[in-house]
Design a protein around this ligand. Sequence first.
Ligand code: BES
Ligand code: MN
Ligand code: ZN
Length: 498
Amino acid sequence: MDLRLQSAEGLEALSTPLLAVPVLKGDDDLAITPGEADGLVVRSPGWEGDLSWRAGRRVSVYRSGDGPARVVYIGVGKGLDELDAEAVRRYAGSVIRAAEEMRVGTVALLVPESAALHGTAAHRAAAEGIVLASWRFRELKTGVGEEEAPSAVTAATLIALSGDPSALASSVEEGRIVAEAENLARTLQSRPGNVATPTALGMVALQLAEEHGLRADVLGPDRLAEERMNAILAVSQGSAQEPRLIVLSHDGGGPQDPPLILVGKGLTFDAGGISLKPASGMEDMKFDMSGGAAVLAAMTAVARLGVPRNVVGIVPSSENLLGASAIKPGDVIRTRAGITVEVVNTDAEGRLILCDALDYAVEQKPEAIVDCATLTGAVVIGLGHQAIGLLGTNPALVDEVREAGAAAGERCWELPLWPEYRKQLESETADVKNVGGRPAGTITAATFLREFVKEVPWAHLDIAGTAYGDGNDVPYRRKGGYGVPTRLLVEWVRRRGE
Ligand code: BES
Ligand code: MN
Ligand code: ZN
């Protein structure tokens, strides 16, 4: 995406096939447009009737003579006083959707600004919305059976009403970096299980490291065995695909500084194992590596932004199938931490690959660990598709993660980790069971993970309800992977670097 910036001066003479103007909620409940655009509002009888500030609503007009050939007025859904970054991201996403439908490859958009969005935050959010909305997953389409190639927008000009040009430019660049990272996560997520195998993910990680100046270490079965990562090996033993533990490091701090560690579940296909899942919808279990995709992607943004902290991304990756060597319900695994686990249900495999990765992370004496995983169906029952489940042992860290998520437009809702839930994991034969029964499934999964992080400040994000979806509701998304929580992770690391 070619992103350009320009001031609102001389807007009426700007030569563009399409100019987008935001429509904000006004005091009288009618629409208002930012001052500079007034000259472009063509008033006609009944105009106020179909011009709407409601999110995503649009009206377009053709113009003759110089300047924009067409103007599209797009509802932002909020008034100036309540404008936030997410409303701007969505507005920018709607601009791209409008341009696609009108089949124009270039668009100019006025960026709504308000005092509530300090500095150049609106422009950064607009850049994010544009880059996110332009993502597509087409690498497995040949064009056969398509009547017409989908229209693509390749250039966008952001029109700023105010602000210092160099501050605006660097904000827009930051927005691009974060959104491109999230798009990378979406692409990795959307690859099917036979394409995005653990081996393939490991190769991608090596390539990303090369491209962005990260250190990479990809451990295969032999080194996993040397490292006593028996839980990762146990989950993968029912599959013909080898497991991997992917480690990407960004050395932005001093050599002695403790790292921030991001851990992501990279389960490339979850059939459930011997505790087989039902067939209906099982194809979506290619998305079970969404946490891993977000961690790899976040690491690229951390490197590109040059965050002055040591940051390590760790992704345990495996399939969960039911071959002749698969783990069976009742089997007991001795995990890397030395804790023995009774595998009551082989479909609770995420916590198994994560527990070895978390133990490996703890060994590096991190300042904090944030993990993300499509871990439980229960979080979809509890929070639906509107919020990431957030759990953690350190209230300050939990607050930080919640705030980073709110700023990034990837909202979290906290669930408790009270000690009483630990009882549900007691096992007859081993130290713990890997499932705690039906009640509080998201909490007992996190309680299991807590055994392995011990005293390290840690936050856990259950993204089973938020990592992918049908693409409705949010204009910058499409059906498939959403890349959640890439933006949150980058925002959290950035804030820790300030
Ligand atoms: N990958 C699933 C969780 C999941 C469910 C992700 C729905 C996305 C959408 C996870 O490995 C799993 O199977 N969890 C089980 C745990 C249960 C056996 C305790 C679940 O939630 O049903
Ligand atoms: Mn499972
Ligand atoms: Zn899973």
